[in-house]
Design a protein around this ligand. Structure first.
Ligand SMILES: NC(=O)c1ccc[n+]([C@@H]2O[C@H](COP(=O)([O-])OP(=O)(O)OC[C@H]3O[C@@H](n4cnc5c(N)ncnc54)[C@H](O)[C@@H]3O)[C@@H](O)[C@H]2O)c1
Length: 384
């Protein structure tokens, strides 16, 4: 399989991700067809894209000609007919395995035998999506981050039946779209959504234990850790409907490993419909006139919080490295380019000192007697 610059790309689903991916593909010079079963969603995507591009022109990020050219390359369609001419289809519909399987199997009836079928799933198994297809060798994961036009990282995930060389071809294509591709194993959460779990989970655990309130934890991770957003404001932005479900999926897929255990604190928000910023309330209350909670700027406590969360993140990065989810370089690239971490976690571990990281984890393990805190075998070996 070889893609050219003038490839024809199909996108299934015109939501947040599908429309962003369409914009990226058209900006790179491809003809793009965006299909959605919901006519309103399709219209909304079209309007949003026009508004986004005109803002980019206003800010002089792109010229009027470039904007016109991008718009002319994207066609929003309410039938899948045009997919018959496509070289690659990227699916970005609801995160539901059964629905994705049925969409992939029906796509095969329309597309040519050489067309590659990719899923933008955040946490589902590429191998099981591919199993619904007659030609599973053409199925692969191509996982963009939100918002796709701004976030550089793209994870490329071959399933066990994916044809040899397809991941490399997709990597070359994504590079030509001026993105940063990394190849990873088909394991729950791939790289980013696996390694980042403690950023949310450990922060919630610290709050649940009453060690610090949410504003203080956010403050510690931003001012001491240098993260752009604290765990609570970030999950409020992502939306608890999305973030909690990814956590729960990863936890279930890892056979209920304690390290990925979801938080009841977050589940209650979900049950209450407090999805975060988009619904006006999440961990914080965004209602007009309500002042956001203020942190207690206690440096000693801040250091404890930062150290505990960063060591848990580093442990996860070593676990992914040990189990060959991706190589060292890609693991660090993924966290800096996919979720804006100030440094790659493996590089960061060397700055902190591997012995210090192991000591923190061992101390947590001895204190709590919970498997969640066990230091990874590779990390322990290297620390010695
Ligand atoms: N939102 C994120 O931050 C993010 C990041 C990376 C990956 N993802 C993944 O991308 C996918 C899409 O997420 P999203 O946030 O864009 O969702 P979204 O809800 O914004 O959009 C999904 C769109 O798919 C359409 N759709 C549903 N079923 C369909 C079908 N059978 N055929 C055609 N269209 C259909 C819906 O009408 C909707 O417009 C999910 O798998 C999600 O896990 C999301």
């Amino acid at each position: 399989m070889r893609f050219s610059k003038a490839s024809c790309i199909g996108v299934v689903g015109s939501g947040a991700m599908g429309s962003g991916i369409a914009q990226v593909a058209a900006t790179a010079g491809n003809q793009v067809f965006v299909y959605d079963t919901n006519e309103q969603a399709l219209q909304k995507a079209k309007t949003n894209l026009t508004v986004t591009l005109s803002k980019l022109v206003e800010k002089q990020k792109i010229s009027q000609e470039e904007s016109d050219s991008i718009l002319s390359k994207i066609e929003f369609v309410n039938s899948q007919e045009k997919f018959s001419t496509c070289d690659l289809i990227i699916e970005a519909i609801v995160e539901n395995l059964e629905v994705k399987k049925s969409v992939f199997s029906s796509l095969e009836k329309i597309v040519s035998d050489t067309c590659v079928l990719a899923s933008n799933t955040s946490s589902l198994s590429i191998t099981s999506i591919a199993a619904a297809c007659k030609l599973p060798q053409r199925v692969i994961g191509i996982h963009f981050f939100n918002p796709a036009p701004l976030m550089p990282l793209v994870e490329i995930i071959p399933g066990i039946a994916t044809g040899q060389g397809l991941a490399e071809d997709c990597k070359a294509l994504i590079l030509s779209w001026k993105k940063t591709p990394v190849i990873c194993k088909d394991t729950p959460g791939f790289i980013v959504n696996r390694i980042a779990r403690p950023y949310y989970g450990e922060a919630m655990r610290i709050a649940e234990e009453g060690i610090a309130d949410i504003a203080t934890i956010d403050w510690a991770m931003k001012t001491i850790g240098g993260f752009k957003m604290g765990p609570f404001e970030l999950t409020d932005l992502i939306g608890h409907d999305v973030n909690y479900i990814v956590t729960e999926t990863v936890w279930k897929e890892f056979y209920f490993d304690q390290r990925f255990k979801p938080s009841l604190m977050q589940k209650r928000l979900l049950e209450a419909g407090f999805f975060g910023k988009k619904s006006g309330r999440g961990f914080y209350n965004y209602a007009e006139g309500v002042e956001l909670t203020k942190p207690t700027e206690d440096l000693e406590k801040g250091n404890y919080i930062f150290n505990r969360i960063i060591c848990m993140l580093i442990n996860e990065a070593y676990d992914a490295l040990y189990l060959q989810v991706a190589n060292e370089e890609d693991i660090d690239l993924a966290m800096t380019k996919g979720v804006n971490y100030p440094k790659g976690l493996l590089a960061w571990s060397k700055e902190i000192g591997l012995k210090n990281v192991v000591a923190t984890l061992q101390d947590l393990y001895d204190t709590y007697l919970e498997d969640r805190y066990r230091p990874n075998v590779l990390l322990r070996k290297l620390a010695k």
